[in-house]
Design a protein around this ligand. Sequence first.
Ligand SMILES: NC(=O)c1ccc[n+]([C@@H]2O[C@H](COP(=O)([O-])OP(=O)(O)OC[C@H]3O[C@@H](n4cnc5c(N)ncnc54)[C@H](O)[C@@H]3O)[C@@H](O)[C@H]2O)c1
Length: 355
Amino acid sequence: MERATKCIPIPTAKRFVKQCIVAGGAKEVHAQAMADTLIAADHRGHFSHGLNRLEMYVKDIQTGSTVGDGEPVTLKESAATAHVDGKNNLGPVVGNYCMKLAIKKAKECGVGWVVAKGSNHYGIAGFYALQAVEEGLVGFSFTNSTPCLRANRSSSYTLGSNPISCAAPAVADDAFVLDMATSTAAYGRVEINHRKGIPIPNGWGADPNGRETNEPSEVLNGGGLLPLGGAEESGGYKGYGLAMMVEMLCGILGGGAYGPNVRKWGTTSREANLGQCFIALNPDMFCDGFGERMQDLMDSQRNLTPSEKDKPVLVAGDPERMHIKKCEELGGIPYPTNVVDHMNGLAKELGVKPM
Ligand SMILES: NC(=O)c1ccc[n+]([C@@H]2O[C@H](COP(=O)([O-])OP(=O)(O)OC[C@H]3O[C@@H](n4cnc5c(N)ncnc54)[C@H](O)[C@@H]3O)[C@@H](O)[C@H]2O)c1
């Protein structure tokens, strides 16, 4: 049965998030950065990283475990690189600062590579990679995150679902936008199956002893996620390797927390000190015609004969594009009514106008 939804216009959703974050104690520009990131996630169809995380960010600001009014600082810089201390500001504040710097450097010398420590959860990785695309550049973004994923052969959960995003401009406003966790499925998807009372597919998660399971409650209560690819036999060691690569680019390179040292979800007694990495690359520094060749490559895949009727071949970024189109047709983002009700309960506590 379809769940009841309520369509919220994007400006309303952003106003709501901004006011809740301000009510929590952050300054307006920081709250705006958070609103832009969270609502972009929902708009793109990644509901696991949107409005439903708002309460956690408000709590982080209220308890002072995240700073609501500071500024990131550049510690070390070369023409193409920068090392940034996020100073424990909200993740999107740090992410926007770093990506802006990477874009500036890429325009000046072909590539900009910026690594931060002292950051917080920054939402969807694609939000930052897409900022480079808007400037005609190729963008990459990576973050480490709370330990919830196990190495192959391990029984404990010591790595994050460390996402990778790579976005590349094609012709007009078309773009390749890969934005993915290095776990097979994001944690939020396991929660959704749990709420619906349905098992999870093979390769998603494992129980508290590290054994693969199809039972979402075992994953959520002491278990965790499997790396992209699932079990060792199905290539899960490749996802494990990618999660380690993200740790190297983020926590190790930047000097923030890494691997099992990253704080757990919901912990407010110490700073998250996440590591994040942002790269912008100017394709004009290489062979002419990048956008046209990128478009040709993407279209060559999209135009393939589908193996299943009514399931066209897509390229990364297409599902999100389809969701954005759906939102346009609906006149807003379709949220489950229970999510809207829950958010309005939070708004009441904070003295904010409901959605
Ligand atoms: N901040 C964090 O700590 C954190 C951690 C994990 C994930 N995330 C975010 O969660 C979001 C969801 O991650 P996910 O791995 O569940 O995403 P997903 O599995 O829904 O999609 C991953 C990628 O695959 C592409 N894709 C999906 N179906 C496709 C198809 N049929 N053909 C071609 N391409 C297709 C999508 O466009 C996307 O680029 C991402 O935005 C990610 O950045 C954030």
